[in-house]
Design a protein around this ligand. Structure first.
Ligand SMILES: [Zn+2]
Length: 284
């Protein structure tokens, strides 16, 4: 199956109250682990590609690996730019073969965020590419993106609703208290914001910073209208732990497959459990 836009599965996700996972791809092992998990769970999924990961892997390899993953998994797969920072990078990704882009204009004033998002939506939709927008500022660290706690601001529901109405995005990330990276304590999710926005707009809400959010909070947010959840840190943690264990136990190992393989295996289990938690299993 070729790469698909998120509109292949997000409307169904909102209607049937499940969420599709965005799992970030950082290299070949991530691509393979996520695709294998999806095949075993018969679940649609989204490859998230940060601008940093895109620079690391290159456009050609990124798209080719995603296409190979879609072909071998047999489930609907979207290739999605994560936190795109400009019109130009969004266009480069669309031209390169991405089926979906996020524009993160959350650091701009509201009207400017709306204006820039609209420009991207116009071109993307003409190309059959889906768009995710962002409102409010999600805290934490993700690649180039660093937002300290003081700068993180919750989304205002009335603004989020107006943002959707004026831009026509296919899903909207709203800052509801989650953060990128791992949590020190328990996250405080503002379910009231999710509920108010979700009731007013037809498209699903996106939860960023899904790593380390307790299962019951994930389930409640899905019931209220979250239809896409981003997971990256948890995969990085288990992959690196598995690699470190092999290297720490054997000074003579030099074959990358001997340590990257166990890292890949560890991620398959994480992704499978997330797909079951999100209810996207058997929804391909
Ligand atoms: Zn994010």
């Amino acid at each position: 199956m070729p790469l698909v836009s998120m509109n292949e599965f997000l409307p169904k996700a909102k209607e049937k109250r499940f969420a599709v996972g965005q799992f970030n791809m950082n290299n070949l092992e991530f691509a393979q682990a996520i695709a294998q998990a999806a095949k075993e769970e018969n679940s649609p999924f989204i490859f998230g590609i940060s601008e940093g990961a895109l620079r690391y892997m290159g456009m050609e390899y990124t798209v080719a690996m995603a296409e190979a993953a879609a072909k071998t998994s047999g489930v609907p797969v979207a290739l999605h730019l994560d936190h795109g920072s400009s019109f130009d990078v969004a266009m480069q990704c669309i031209r390169g073969g991405f089926s979906s882009v996020m524009f993160d204009g959350s650091h701009y004033p509201f009207e400017e965020n709306v204006r820039l998002t609209k420009e991207i939506v116009k071109v993307a939709h003409a190309m059959g590419v889906s768009v995710e927008g962002e409102l409010g500022t999600i805290g934490g660290v993700e690649d180039d993106l660093v937002v300290d706690e003081a700068a993180a601001t919750l989304a205002k529901p009335e603004e989020a609703i107006r943002y959707y109405e004026e831009t026509g995005v296919d899903c909207v990330a709203i800052a509801v208290g989650t953060a990128h990276g791992m949590y020190k304590g328990e996250p405080r999710i503002h379910f009231d914001i999710i509920e108010e926005v979700s009731k007013a707009i037809p498209v699903p809400i996106v939860l960023h910073g899904g790593s380390g959010v307790p299962d019951d909070m994930i389930q409640r947010s899905i019931e209220l209208g979250v239809g896409k959840i981003n997971v990256n840190t948890e995969n990085q943690v288990v992959c690196t732990a598995a690699v470190r264990e092999v290297l720490n136990n054997d000074d003579n190992v030099i074959d990358p497959r001997k340590y990257l393989g166990p890292g890949r295996e560890a991620m398959v289990e994480v992704v499978r459990s997330k797909m079951r938690l999100f209810g996207s299993n058997n929804q391909a």
